[in-house]
Design a binder for this molecule. Sequence first.
Ligand code: DAH
Length: 437
Amino acid sequence: MRWLSLVRTPPLYRTPTLVRRCQSTSAPRHIRVLQDTYPTDDYTNITPTISSKLSRRLHAQEGHPITTLRSLIESHFPDFAHLSSLSPIVTPHQNFDSLSFPADHPGRAKTDSYYINKNAMLRTHTSAHEVEVFAKGTERWLLTADVYRRDEIDASHYPVFHQMEGAKIFGTDASSIDQIEQESQRLERQLALSNIDIEDVRHISETNPAQTSHDVRSSEVIAKNLKFCLNSLMYKLFAGIAGAAKSDPLRVRWIEAYFPFTGPSYEVEVFFRGKWLEILGCGVVLQSTLDRAGVPNKMGWAFGLGLERIAMILYSIPDIRLFWSEDPRFLSQFTHGKFSTFKPYSKYPASYRDVSFWKPSSDMHDNDLYDVVRDVAGDLVEDVAIIDRFTHPKTQRHSLTVRVVYRSFDRSLVNEEVNLLQSRVVSCLQKLGVEIR
Ligand code: DAH
């Protein structure tokens, strides 16, 4: 999931440093990431393109759409701590184990996450900080951060994106539970006055049970409080834009979900332009997380949402790469605290190139291909699609045909430049062991 700005960077054929990226035959023994030097090992898969994003901090850039959206969400939780400066480099323990991810969870794979080495990785979600924030004694908090995942390349996927995590924990004695109920009733009365249509699911069911260590009624009270808080957040974000007309209600749908670190768990979707869009995941925090944080007597809820997808809707931004643009024609369109409709300043022609190859006998994941293209072409690549796959019936070798779509936001790419980019992609792929057909 994620994106950057080559908008102000000279064309790649004038930047030989980028060419060198895939030319080193042996990996360096150490790499520098942010201010520190790390030994590399067979987990190391962070690329220069990804490294260069770590210091950008779009979510702290005044006037940037991501920052305005963050502020709007923060204003919905005025009595929460608002955190935004935690390092993106975490341990796999923080990112996975502290949240009880099983040892064989696919998110841990090198093909899905960016590792500096076996013991240091880029956080894949803001939940990675739950234990440390709860451990500081913070009982209500929102955390905004850049997160990193290896993924496909198209207008809505970029290997860096931004998430907000929100969480609240409560005492579990009768009077605390009573207070939660009262707050929920207040929110319920407010929502009853709003033009919102909510498709709910049961708080707890056989397929979405309370945790065995939890009192079922307390778990229900917390889940209900979570639902009211988030329904009113959805209304704040989307009312007025989701329906075809202002008079249409905002439609919000709750569905049962599964996350390794919550129970019960839900996803929230919002109806927009004829489709249900997944907005966030949430649930009642796993008690083992709170035990690890040293607050075993509390219970609570948490949610995590992706900011780019929401900002793309609120600002009508058509391509996720634009968030990383440093072009004044992009940035000057926005004022802090205001939602405006993005006016495209260009639609230069796209140019595509196909390449067919035999995969190496050693394992090669599709995400390896995407990182190669990203590293060669940066934000000049708009889309990478695997348009054909087959296995040779006799040799059992796997073949792929890949279409790479190049397009710049600020100028027309000339044929020679696209040819050069594509030939670099091809030579980097050959270094991974593919055989061009
Ligand atoms: N971390 C999850 C993700 O990135 C989202 C999420 C789900 C966050 C449930 C939560 C939660 O806090 O309770 O997919």
